[in-house]
Design a protein around this ligand. Structure first.
Ligand SMILES: NC(=O)c1ccc[n+]([C@@H]2O[C@H](COP(=O)([O-])OP(=O)(O)OC[C@H]3O[C@@H](n4cnc5c(N)ncnc54)[C@H](O)[C@@H]3O)[C@@H](O)[C@H]2O)c1
Length: 377
């Protein structure tokens, strides 16, 4: 069993294991399901594992019989009732910016680190830009440092395809495109995280994979002031309120069901071809926000309709559609969940957990004018 030799400084002797892994040819991309068996018995760290995507990833890893899944989460944006409670999941409350917490979780010697903890998302980062940099920049750097010192076999970074391509990229969005015109601190720091990953890959041979998510939705995301449109629409629809469309009902998003993202993450942790690369994980399907609102109202039985509210200044993208060709080629990734089915599953989760969701949904007065107008009037 490999050991974490030290928590400070970067010794060059720690690179041997990763060099061996890079020349291993067994795990090339493809459609085999052996990537699922691969996690059996492994020790896995999931930062942000109590959150919307992390909680789904941890459940899946638990179902796959991982030996130990360690969640490191400071609970700043999640709720105890949403932490998966399983025999092979260990919850550690702490921050990715804090050495004591990092020592505690890396002492378990994880072979894989899924780094999902983040200060989420655009409007939050505009309201609190320093917190955003602290968690998404400094926190990511810290987790990379510990991963390198403990010679983890794979570091998988949760980047954001909705964020880092800027507004001028041609559709469908492809990994090669780079933008200098990002419109929120969150977009900048999600890109910064990728750049730190590149540094650790090139300088220390840390086997990193950068997965770029697009508009996740599904069970596990609790609505709130800073959350995504789908959980907030379902919440308001269930309360019989009109759904607020910020600026443009024709705007599109590439909504990706959380289980498809989790499948992409599990593949990214396994296939050798992915190391050092960045890849979109999306549905390759565009949905108009106006159509989304109507679908949710219909599925929930909400008669209150929609209403237009002012556009958010940072929201500079009228359309989002990703290509997943690279993930298809490197990982055998294929988004499988039809949108309506994903929405039905999400609404069912809301119904099953309504008491907790109603208690937890957080819409305090703040700077997010569009959603505040909706729930306080
Ligand atoms: N949800 C999306 O549509 C989407 C899209 C693109 C990228 N992403 C990225 O995917 C990841 C997961 O997103 P999510 O939707 O599950 O978000 P989330 O907010 O539900 O989960 C993030 C978790 O990180 C925790 N956290 C925040 N600061 C922390 C800290 N300092 N230390 C430890 N834990 C901390 C929060 O409590 C939360 O549980 C994030 O990195 C996010 O940037 C998400």
């Amino acid at each position: 069993m490999k050991k974490c030799a030290s928590y400070t400084g970067y010794g060059t002797s720690y690179c041997k294991l990763t060099l061996i892994l890079k020349t291993d040819t067994k795990k090339k991309g493809g459609n085999m399901s052996e990537y699922l068996d691969f996690y059996k018995g492994k020790t896995i760290l999931v930062t942000g594992g109590a959150g919307a995507i992390g909680s789904n990833l941890c459940k899946r890893l638990s179902d796959l019989d991982a030996g130990l899944i360690i969640i490191l989460d400071n609970m700043s944006a999640s709720y105890e009732w949403n932490i998966p409670s399983r025999h092979n999941i260990l919850f550690v409350k702490g921050s990715v910016t804090d050495d004591i917490s990092l020592k505690r979780v890396f002492n378990e010697e994880p072979s894989h680190v899924f780094h999902l903890a983040a200060f989420f998302a655009n409007q939050n980062s505009i309201d609190y830009p320093e917190k955003d940099l602290h968690v998404n920049g400094f926190g990511t750097l810290k987790v990379l440092e510990y991963s390198k010192l403990c010679k983890v076999e794979r570091f998988i970074y949760a980047s954001s395809g909705c964020s880092i391509y800027g507004s001028a990229a041609p559709l469908p969005l492809k990994e090669e495109f780079m933008s200098m015109d990002l419109s929120s601190p969150y977009q900048i720091t999600k890109m910064l995280g990728e750049l730190y990953c590149n540094f650790f890959y090139h300088h220390y041979d840390l086997p990193v994979v950068k997965t770029r998510f697009f508009n996740s939705y599904g069970p596990g995301e609790v609505p709130g002031q800073y959350r995504n449109v789908i959980p907030n629409f379902i919440y308001w629809a269930m309360k019989g309120l009109p759904l607020p469309i910020t600026g443009d009902a024709e705007a599109t998003r590439d909504f990706t069901y959380v289980e498809d993202l989790v499948d992409g993450l599990l593949r990214a942790g396994y296939f050798e071809n992915a190391i050092g690369k960045e890849m979109n994980l999306a549905s390759e399907h565009e949905t108009k926000i106006g159509d989304l609102a109507n679908m949710i109202n219909e599925l929930v039985g909400n008669k209150a309709g929609i209403r237009m509210v002012s556009k958010r200044k940072w929201d500079t993208k009228s359309r989002l559609l990703a290509s997943v060709d690279r993930a298809r080629e490197l990982l055998g990734y294929e988004p499988k969940t039809p949108f309506e089915q994903g929405l039905r599953n999400t609404i069912q989760w809301f119904k099953d957990n309504w008491e907790n969701i109603e208690k937890s949904a957080d819409f305090p007065p703040g700077s997010s004018s569009a959603v505040r107008e909706q729930v306080t009037e």
